[in-house]
Design a protein around this ligand. Structure first.
Ligand code: G3H
Ligand code: ZN
Length: 284
């Protein structure tokens, strides 16, 4: 079923776990996420939960239109046995918040993290008030996770005192923090600063979000969840397997039907999703 992101994050926080948020670029990604979560859940006898997230960049790919891909995500979630929510990821444009709200997301990330600190606070406070007045759950970022262009030095970390003040000043519901991960890594070589995660969790009273999780080893992600990370964003990992499967299928130069390469891509991605669910829910 389609559920609000706020419920999934609250459930994860209560269980001291993290709910995975997987990035959706194409319809096949959303189908693969629903299949992968449901397959994993069927194997464990439980109900899987995950967030389908569509980034501003993915909306740009869809010719600037958020409604069709969000509608697809919502319908796929409604038809699934898994508990799935739909989230707008990395939005910098205020107009997109409005369009995504109209399209039916239950949560948004407003990302002003590339701006100088005072501007991030002001823009985030204003956007958060607007979005919360429309019933949306709002995530924002402080400290800038690597792999984007912005005002901060590479390797910058989120300061716990600043994080406390940022949450108080902006009223955000969840906070993305820079603790050692970086976006778009294709190998799991990032090391997280676990003492910093613990200090951040103690300093702020909202759930913490980890971005750039494709580059972080599973053991580190499980440890991060125990230390207070409640939402784990995974994007690139899906695309590594999706694109590898397309590449393999296209080796046959007679192939012209897109279903012949998108089917293995969707299947490979669903397998990766099931593995991610198993890893994130494993003990220790
Ligand atoms: O917001 C999306 C995530 O931060 C995804 O990052 O593609 O490096 O896994 P990733
Ligand atoms: Zn991100």
């Amino acid at each position: 079923p389609l559920v609000p992101t706020a419920d999934l994050v609250a459930d994860a926080a209560a269980a001291r776990r993290a709910v995975p948020a997987f990035n959706v670029i194409t319809l096949e990604h959303a189908e693969a996420i629903a299949d992968g979560v449901a397959d994993w859940a069927a194997g464990t006898g439980g109900t899987g939960a995950a967030i389908l997230q569509v980034s501003q960049n993915a909306v740009a790919y869809h010719r600037g239109q958020v409604a069709p891909i969000v509608a697809a995500c919502r319908l796929i979630a409604e038809a699934s046995d898994a508990r799935l929510s739909v989230h707008l990821d990395h939005a910098t444009e205020r107009d997109l918040l409005a369009a995504a709200a109209a399209a039916g997301v239950s949560s948004v990330m407003f990302d002003a993290s590339t701006l100088p600190h005072a501007e991030n606070v002001a823009a985030t406070r204003e956007a958060t008030a607007w979005a919360q007045a429309r019933g949306l759950y709002v995530e924002a970022e402080l400290g800038e996770v690597g792999g984007k262009d912005g005002a901060h030095a590479p390797g910058v970390r989120t300061d716990p005192d600043e994080a406390h003040q940022f949450v108080a000043d902006t009223g955000v519901d969840a906070l993305a923090v820079a603790v050692g991960s970086s976006h778009a890594m294709t190998e799991r070589t990032a090391a997280l600063d676990h003492p910093l995660i613990e200090r951040l969790a103690a300093a702020v009273d909202v759930p913490l979000v980890l971005h750039g999780s494709s580059g972080v080893p599973w053991t580190e992600l499980r440890a991060a969840a125990r230390s207070g990370i409640t939402k784990i964003n995974i994007g690139t990992l899906l695309n590594v397997s999706f694109t590898a499967a397309v590449r393999t299928a296209l080796a046959d130069e007679r192939l012209v039907d897109p279903r012949k390469y998108l089917t293995p891509a969707r299947t490979a991605t669903a397998t990766v999703i099931s593995e991610a669910m198993a890893e994130l829910n494993a003990a220790g």
